[in-house]
Design a protein around this ligand. Sequence first.
Ligand code: FES
Length: 154
Amino acid sequence: MDENKAAFEPRIIAFVCNWCTYAGADLTGTSRIKYATNVEIVRFPCTGRIDFMLLLKAFAAGADGIIVSGCHPNDCHYTSGNFHARRRWIVFRGLLDFLGIDVRRIHYYWVSAAEGAKWAEVVNQTVAEIRELGPYTEYKKVANYIEETEAAHE
Ligand code: FES
């Protein structure tokens, strides 16, 4: 790994469901399992709520990588929200790729309330992979351009 990538601390935004992954992440803390501190958690009732614009807004806000994580299949608190999220992801992925978004920066997982150790692994693995990719400067350049253009027309 080159020196710049080793020094780079990725900013990861994690969209997690309240009932499984958020509780799992809480268990990581109460179990005193150490893991990378690069992640900012955004709690949702269910991953079925995640939409395309949230992913773009996370990148626009400076994320280098995104985690979406919810209940395992058949464990969703709302029966099928995680299946809807998974289907949406298949559609989003193609659309994001078409728009030039680096889809390697978006990671999708299932983490239950009992999997505190898995949450730590998920975060550590994502941080390592995003660190290897480097800062997501391409998206930030586009986001800054859009912001400046909008400001100029106000
Ligand atoms: Fe966890 Fe639906 S409540 S994914």
